[in-house]
Design a protein around this ligand. Structure first.
Ligand code: C2G
Length: 130
């Protein structure tokens, strides 16, 4: 059992895949800290702004009962600083990021959990569009 688990994401158009990773991450430790990607970070990563603005996404994540604390993630590369700041002993990410954050394994454990199949923000947006 870990003490403080940390995870990161945009969590735009919140769906059950997001909920499941937060639940699984929380169940691996005593408390869960979540870094919510800023609108600017999302734009630099995906070339588009999220549907929901960062303050709204932050509020939604803060209200999830598995989540102890939230903050805005300004840079993908700053993960090491966030891990140290929140004294996290486990970093959890979905397996779409498999291997991408292994360099932080000198600071804490790094674990990639399988994504919930057949749901994504993009799929929800497409469904609404049709
Ligand atoms: N996720 C999942 N199952 C899905 C969809 C998403 O388990 N069907 C997980 C992702 O793997 C990720 C988290 O939910 O761990 C948040 O997903 P996104 O909002 O898409 O996060 P992303 O934009 O990939 O941001 O620093 C890393 C980034 O901030 C991650």
């Amino acid at each position: 059992m870990y003490k403080t688990v940390i995870t990161f994401g945009t969590f735009d158009v919140f769906h059950v895949g997001h909920l499941k990773i937060l639940e699984r991450a929380r169940n691996l430790g005593t408390s869960l800290v979540v870094g919510v990607s800023t609108d600017a970070l999302n734009y630099s990563k995906k070339g588009r702004y999220p549907v929901y603005q960062e303050e709204e996404r932050l509020e939604i994540i803060k209200a999830i009962r598995y989540v102890e604390y939230v903050f805005l993630e300004h840079s993908l590369e700053a993960k090491g600083e966030y891990i140290r700041q929140y004294e996290a002993d486990l970093l959890v990410m979905g397996d779409d990021w498999e291997g991408r954050f292994d360099q932080f394994s000198d600071l804490c454990e790094v674990m990639y959990l399988p994504r919930t199949p057949a749901i994504s923000t993009t799929a929800v947006i497409e469904k609404i569009r049709l």
